[in-house]
Design a protein around this ligand. Structure first.
Ligand code: ZN
Length: 690
């Protein structure tokens, strides 16, 4: 067949004729990306060169606003590409990813270290008080200056050259890390024969069958290493030998001495991060990273983590003794091992709170929880949701809703991609295909939530665990941060805020999910439609604080290790496993608990530097979210309109256009109080009597 313009045209370079100009996923093939990126890099480089060499005197419009207008194609192509890399990849896409991550670093380094461009920005920054800027413009100028400065724009030529090399190598390493992790997760499964299912719920077995079918093993049932699968199995399976297998495979991801091993990758990443921090004048990467955060210093982070660590560890140790007691009572002649914790904790919870997750799951059908998440947003912010079947998606399971504002006007599209599959990386996240802005007319955002819930088999609905339901609300909270965004400039849109602030809108939203007002209405039995019985509801709420010592310990240990990796000399962690062991020993980590993310699977901090020396952010934000929800409790109504309006105006719609500390104080009228976090986790009270 001869090549005609029609067959060679690249959908990524065309104007999209779809409703709301959404990406036409069916037309986009892996081979379209590299040429589209080449074009996008070239366009952007030309735009930046024009700004840099603009003969007119630098002003806000010809420099800062012009930068905001640049790179539209790159933003557009990147958004589609990274959505697919994370949520629906294949070998061809992953191959392109290797190339793109390198090209991306090569593209950005000369821009972010461009001395002439930085000269223009620095001049404006110096004269910022005299420019007559709006508050948002002032914030944008400060953020732009800081970003260039922190990227090394003020360094000597030699240092810049080295910095550029480091950036390239780090980009490659981050990509390798995530590909390795995905590889180890795709490779492993445990087949469950008829006799291997003791303790497992029907819905779990159904999901295990669906997972097998997804991998071309129809008729079988398998456990995979996706977190919700592995953790549910560890909690429910009565087969101690199989629990051990699943546990060991789960914590060994990236650490198997095979082609997917991440140890060497980590050593090199840490050394390069340290070198780049030193080039920029900081003693450690953590000092560099945290300067541009709410926490500001490693000491402040350590202070918060240690404050939480002590009571959490004590609680976990007390719980451990109770679990051991339970084993002994049952006639078990063994010591509690890490693969036993979740199983016996669940038994203890059933005994004490008379509650098990399995009892509530039939009331937490995915569709009902989506409805609940939407309804809370309607009651708080007046936005409404209507499903659209005409929007192109990247996988048939993806659903799309149109979001309208209180005025009935189109506000956003919301994409929900909820089910686990081999082409998706693990975890749950929010991202966007297009961000809100109104620099040149209003642009409505395209917001995505991706989760890894187990799909129901044979047309049965997907039933969520309480943790899954919480994850759904968490990611939807991030989604609202993107959908409600109301800023002028694209780089300040939605979730473009400090990492230790970005979890506030998400974690705060979780609070509504566990409120009786919400559960009574939406937690209906998926078969009978009956509402959650009052007694089960009360037991569920009481059980929420159960095992919080464990949950806090597994989180804080990961956060502390992240901090140590980035504050100690990189040479100290040349043997990653030994470093991990030594640090855990130092903090008195209970042997029976594993970190939530061991180093070789710690994608947060090694697939890119977004959460590097920043994993503490969840807890930093939790100090605020626990305290923030108190504003609604004090008002006596979890949908109190006046409080909701402040929440909308000061937090969910303001993106990065205001200083986060000021935003919080504007909403709450004061600084947050850390005790609210300990109270919410039940760590301020005495441990329950044995
Ligand atoms: Zn989050």
């Amino acid at each position: 067949m001869s090549e005609t313009p029609a067959t060679t045209s690249n959908p990524l370079l065309a104007a999209w004729q779809t409703p709301h100009q959404t990406p036409p996923f069916a037309e986009i093939q892996p081979e379209h990306f590299l040429p589209a990126f080449e074009q996008a890099f070239a366009d952007h480089a030309a735009e930046v060169a024009a700004i840099t060499h603009d003969p007119s005197v630098p002003d806000f419009d010809n420099t800062i606003t012009a930068l905001e207008r640049s790179g539209k194609l790159l933003t557009k192509v990147s958004a589609v590409f990274y959505d697919l890399v994370s949520a629906h990849s294949n070998p061809a896409i992953l191959e392109v990813d290797k190339e793109v991550s390198l090209r991306m670093a090569r593209h950005w380094s000369p821009i972010m270290m461009n001395a002439v461009l930085f000269g223009r920005i620095a001049l404006l920054h110096e004269n910022r008080a005299t420019l007559g800027l709006t508050a948002e413009q002032m914030r944008l100028l400060e953020r732009t200056y800081t970003r260039f400065h922190r990227s090394g724009a003020g360094l000597t030529d030699d240092a810049k050259k080295r910095m550029a090399e480091i950036n390239e190598r780090l980009a490659q390493l981050g990509t390798s890390f995530s590909h390795h992790l995905l590889g180890d997760e795709q490779d492993w499964f445990l087949e469950l024969g008829e006799h291997d299912r003791a303790g497992l719920s029907d819905s779990f077995v159904a999901a295990a069958k669906a997972a097998a079918e997804e991998r071309g093993m129809a008729g079988k049932a398998i456990v995979t290493l996706s977190r919700s699968f592995a953790e549910t199995f560890l909690k429910d399976s009565a087969r101690r030998d199989l629990r051990e297998k699943v546990y060991k495979a789960f914590v060994a991801r990236g650490n198997n001495g095979n082609a997917n091993d991440n140890n060497e990758v980590i050593v090199e990443i840490l050394a390069l991060r340290e070198e780049s921090a030193k080039l920029l004048g900081f003693p450690t990467f953590a000092a560099y990273r945290l300067e541009d955060s709410m926490a500001k210093t490693p000491e402040a982070v350590r202070g918060l983590l240690e404050r939480v660590w002590k009571p959490a560890r004590e609680r976990a140790l007390a719980d451990r003794d109770q679990l051991q007691q339970l084993i002994t009572q049952e006639g078990g002649n063994f010591q509690l091992a890490p693969w036993d914790w979740r199983y016996y904790a669940e038994k203890l919870r059933q005994a004490k709170a008379n509650f098990d997750d399995g009892a509530i799951k039939p009331y937490l059908a995915l569709d009902h929880m989506i409805e609940a998440a939407f309804d809370c947003a309607t009651r708080l912010f007046g936005i409404t949701f209507a499903e659209r079947k005409d929007i192109p998606v990247w996988h048939p399971d993806v659903r799309v809703w149109e979001v309208r504002g209180p005025d009935g006007q189109h506000k956003a599209l919301f994409y929900g991609d909820y089910f686990a599959r081999p082409s998706k990386r693990s975890g749950a996240w929010m991202t966007s295909l297009r961000d809100q802005q109104k620099l040149d007319g209003a642009v409505a955002p395209l917001i995505i939530n991706v989760c890894n819930f187990a799909k129901g088999a044979d047309g049965e609905p997907s039933l969520l665990s309480p943790d899954d339901a919480r994850t759904l609300f968490h990611e939807f909270g991030h989604g609202l941060h993107g959908m409600l965004s109301n800023v002028v400039y694209p780089s300040l849109s939605g979730t473009s805020v400090f990492t230790d602030f970005v979890e506030l809108p998400s974690q705060l939203y979780e609070h509504w999910q566990e409120r009786p007002e919400v559960l009574q209405k939406f937690a209906r039995h998926y078969q009978t439609g009956e509402p959650l019985p009052e007694d089960l509801l009360q037991r569920f709420l009481a059980a929420r604080k159960f095992n919080q010592g464990f949950a806090t310990v597994e989180f804080v240990a990961s956060a502390l290790l992240d901090l140590e990796f980035h504050t100690q000399p990189a040479s100290a962690s040349r043997d990653v496993g030994a470093f991990e062991q030594a640090e855990l020993k130092k903090i008195g980590m209970p042997d029976e608990i594993a970190m939530r993310h061991r180093p070789t699977q710690f994608g947060h901090i090694f697939t890119g530097d977004h959460y590097a020396a920043g994993y503490y952010s969840y807890m930093w934000s939790e100090v605020m979210d626990a305290d923030a929800f108190g504003a609604f409790e004090e008002a006596g109504d979890i949908f109190d309109p006046a409080t909701a309006k402040r929440l909308h105006d000061d937090i969910y719609s303001s993106g990065g256009s205001v200083d986060p500390e000021a935003a919080y104080v504007a909403f709450r009228g004061r600084e947050p109080e850390a005790d609210a976090l300990l109270r919410r986790r039940g760590l301020l009270e005495e441990p329950a009597a044995a």
